[in-house]
Design a protein around this ligand. Structure first.
Ligand SMILES: Cc1ncc(COP(=O)(O)O)c(C=O)c1O
Length: 310
C-alpha cells in the first residue's frame, strides 16, 4: 500500500515538505534502534475540528521514554510546545477527518559508536491519514491471533516502560511469524510464560462477565488506550481485574479483544485454532463506548480530547 503522504513534517522546529524530511543513512538510530516514538490518533468530531485523543498523555509518555535513553532526554521541547506543534501540523496538513500522529526522538548524524551520549538528539513529528490497522472489517468481525513462539522482551532486557524503536524488532518478529502462519496478529508471552500483550496492542480477556487485562509487571506497554478502556469498562459497571494470565486463559476466554492507538479496540475471534466466536456483548459494549468517546460523543470523556480548529 503506498504511503498516504501529507504536506508537511515538523523537524527540530521547522515544517518541511514531506519529501524533504530525510536524515543521513549513518544516523545511529538507523543502525542500533536507539530512539523513542509515539503513536497518536486524531478523530473527526461532530461539532468541531479533529480531536487528538489523549495528546497530553502521549507527549508525556514520549518525554518519559526519552528519559530512559540519554541523551534523548536533552531535546529542548516541552509537552506544551509539542502540543502546539501537533496542533499546527494537523491544521497545516488539513486532517479534518482525523489522522495518525507519529512523533519520534532519535540520534542525529555525527557519531556512530555504540555510545549514544555524544550524539545530538533530534525530534520529528509526522501525520498522515490511516484507517483501521488490522483491516477494514476487523473492528466488527474480529481478528485471528496466534501465540507467538517469540517471548516478549524481558523487563531487564529492554524496559517496557519506554516505547523505544529497538524493542519493535521483537514485535516485528512475532508479527511476521503470525502473518506467515496465516494469522492476523500474535500474542506474546513473557519470559516466564504469562500473557504479556500483542505486537502493538494490549490484550484483554473476558470471562464470566469480568474483564481481565494482564498487569504491567507481566511486561506489556502501559497502553493509553488500555487505561482508557479500563475506565470506560468500570464506568459501564464491569469488574476489571488486572490478573496474570497463562496461555490457556486465552483459549478458554468467553471474549477477547486488543487495544491500542493503531488497533483501537479490535475483537479477537480465534486464538491459535481455538474459536472465541464473533464479537461478544462485553466487547461490543466497551468498544462502542470507546469509539464514541474518541469522537467526542461522551461528555464524561471530553477532557481526553484536544480539539484542533482547522
Ligand atoms: C507493544 C505495544 N503494546 C501496546 C500498545 C498500545 O498502546 P497505546 O494504547 O498507548 O497506543 C502499543 C502501541 O503503542 C504497543 O506498541
Amino acid at each position: 500500500m503506498p504511503f498516504p503522504k501529507a504536506e508537511k513534517i515538523w523537524m527540530d522546529g521547522r515544517f518541511v515538505d514531506w519529501d524533504d524530511a530525510t536524515v543521513h543513512v549513518l544516523t545511529p538510530t538507523l543502525h542500533y534502534g536507539y530512539g523513542v516514538f509515539e503513536g497518536i490518533r486524531a478523530y473527526p468530531t461532530d461539532d468541531g475540528g479533529p480531536a487528538v485523543f489523549h495528546l497530553d498523555t502521549h507527549l508525556q509518555r514520549l518525554l518519559r521514554s526519552a528519559r530512559l535513553y540519554p541523551p534523548l532526554d536533552e531535546i529542548p521541547w516541552t509537552v506544551e510546545q509539542l502540543t502546539e506543534v501537533v496542533e499546527e501540523l494537523v491544521r497545516l496538513n488539513g486532517h479534518t477527518g482525523g489522522c495518525y500522529i507519529r512523533p519520534t526522538v532519535y540520534l542525529g548524524y555525527g557519531e556512530i559508536g555504540l555510545n549514544p551520549l555524544p550524539s545530538e538528539p533530534r525530534i520529528a513529528v509526522a501525520t498522515w491519514e490511516w484507517g483501521s490497522y488490522l483491516g477494514e472489517d476487523s473492528l466488527v468481525n474480529g481478528v485471528r491471533v496466534m501465540v507467538s513462539s517469540f517471548r516478549r522482551i524481558g523487563k531487564n532486557t529492554i524496559p517496557p516502560a519506554g516505547k523505544a524503536n529497538g524493542q519493535y524488532l521483537n514485535s516485528s518478529l512475532a508479527k511476521v511469524e503470525a502473518l506467515r502462519a496465516g494469522y492476523d496478529e500474535a500474542i506474546m508471552l513473557s519470559e516466564d510464560g504469562f500473557v504479556a500483550e500483542g505486537t502493538g496492542e494490549n490484550v484483554f480477556v473476558v470471562r464470566d462477565g469480568r474483564i481481565y487485562p494482564p498487569p504491567l509487571h507481566d511486561g506489556p506497554l502501559g497502553g493509553i488506550t488500555r487505561a482508557s478502556v479500563m475506565t470506560i469498562a468500570r464506568d459501564l459497571g464491569y469488574e476489571v481485574v488486572e490478573t496474570s494470565l497463562v496461555r490457556t486463559d486465552l483459549y478458554l476466554a468467553d471474549e477477547m479483544f486488543l487495544t491500542g492507538t493503531a488497533a483501537e479496540l479490535t475483537p479477537v475471534r480465534e486464538i491459535a485454532g481455538y474459536e472465541i466466536g464473533p464479537r461478544g456483548p462485553v466487547t461490543e459494549a466497551v468498544q462502542s463506548r470507546f469509539l464514541d468517546a474518541v469522537r467526542g460523543r461522551v461528555e464524561a470523556y471530553r477532557d481526553w480530547l484536544h480539539v484542533v480548529s482547522v
